[in-house]
Structures are given as C-alpha cells and as structure tokens.
Design a protein around this ligand. Sequence first.
Ligand SMILES: CCCCCCCC(=O)SCCNC(=O)CCNC(=O)[C@H](O)C(C)(C)COP(=O)(O)OP(=O)(O)OC[C@H]1O[C@@H](n2cnc3c(N)ncnc32)[C@H](O)[C@@H]1OP(=O)(O)O
Length: 194
Amino acid sequence: MGPGRTTLVPPPGAASPVRHPEAPAPGTLLGPHYDQCFGCGEGQPHGLHLQARAGEGVSITAEFTVQPAHQGAPGLAHGGVLASALDETLGSLNWLLRVIAVTGRLETDFVRPVPVGATLHLEARCMGIDGRKIYASAVGRIDRPDGPVAVRADAVFIEVKLDHFTRNGRPEEIKAAMADPDQIKVARAFEVNP
Ligand SMILES: CCCCCCCC(=O)SCCNC(=O)CCNC(=O)[C@H](O)C(C)(C)COP(=O)(O)OP(=O)(O)OC[C@H]1O[C@@H](n2cnc3c(N)ncnc32)[C@H](O)[C@@H]1OP(=O)(O)O
C-alpha cells in the first residue's frame, strides 16, 4: 500500500508491541533525547520543553506548558505546535521499543482550543507493529491527566536504520552530536539502542 493510502489502524495480524526488557521503569522521566530537539531539547529557547515519562507497557505520558512563543491566534496555542507535542510524545514510544523510527504519517484532531499557560497532559500508546510500520495513538488533555480532551492523534512511524540520520542530516549537527562523550546521549540523539 502506498504511503498516502496507508491506514492508521494496525492491520489484522499486526504484532502486539513488546516493551524492551531494558526500557526505563514506568514513571521514569526520560529526559531530552537531544539537546537541540524542538520538542524536548533544553537548548531550544522557544521549544516545547516537553517532559516525557515511561508508562506501563509501551506507553508514554508527557507534559507541555504552552508558552507565549507557541501562539497561533491571540492567547491560543498554534495547531502545528500541538501536533509537534503529539509527534514528540508518540516518537518517545520508540525508546521503549528500542527501535529507530521516524514519523511517516500523523493525523491530528483538534477538539478544543488550548490557551497560553495551559499544561497539556499527553498520553501515547503503541497499538501494533506490522513489519517496519509502528502504529500509535495519542491524546492530550488540558491541565489535568483526566482533564478535557483537546487533541488526539493517530500515527504510523516507519523503522529506519541509523544512516537515515547520518545520510540526510546536516553534517555540523551530526558531527557535534556524535562527538558527545556521553554514549547514552549519542545513542538517544539518534534513538539508537546503546
Ligand atoms: C523521541 C523522538 C522524538 C522524535 C520526534 C518525532 C519524530 C519525527 O518527527 S521524525 C521527523 C519527521 N519524519 C521524517 O522526516 C520522515 C521523512 N520520510 C522518510 O524519510 C521516508 O519517507 C521514510 C523513511 C518514512 C519511508 O521511506 P522508505 O524507508 O523508503 O519506506 P518504504 O520502503 O517506501 O516503505 C516502508 C513501509 O512503510 C510504509 N510507509 C512509507 N512511508 C509512509 C508514510 N509516509 N506513511 C505511512 N506509511 C508509510 C510503506 O507503505 C511501506 O509499507 P509496506 O512495508 O507495508 O509496503
């Protein structure tokens, strides 16, 4: 099936996701996977600074507080920023699977506007795996883990090899990330199983 026609629901026969035996325990804060990541990096002043935690099974919870730099309409979060928060939370599932994967398709429902200052409580879960395709869904609620639903997303991530990043990324950043003496940081920048 071509990418444009790929369903976001795991096909019959898709495998159940398996949490990697060395995945961090439920409740563990994952920390940024890359300092310059727009979603979670501490080196991005206007980034989301999203904080993700390992959940049970192959699931993630995350929080992100909407800042003035994230506005679309006056006082409200930009839809693309909310999609980024969903993408980042969904992408963090790959760390629990210890699979390197990139977003192939992300479909977002915007259910309620999210004001500046609100904290989005996100939860993502892997729904199934079919070959290189990883199916996952996420929801974001306002101000509380059981608050009103503001956004939902369904996505398919595609497993890639490390060379996806080394071939396509800009050499300056690749070199700098690779040169970090902390091997876990190097691995996580590229979402590689250390
Ligand atoms: C903690 C980490 C957080 C990270 C932040 C969140 C993650 C991101 O935002 S990643 C950045 C955004 N994504 C990208 O830049 C990806 C850009 N796209 C690409 O590089 C390529 O199109 C890529 C790698 C996805 C697929 O290319 P390629 O490896 O050639 O795939 P290909 O062999 O054609 O297809 C493999 C399978 O995937 C499916 N597929 C490919 N592309 C897509 C797509 N866009 N949507 C759905 N399915 C797709 C194909 O249908 C095929 O399925 P099947 O095996 O059933 O036939």
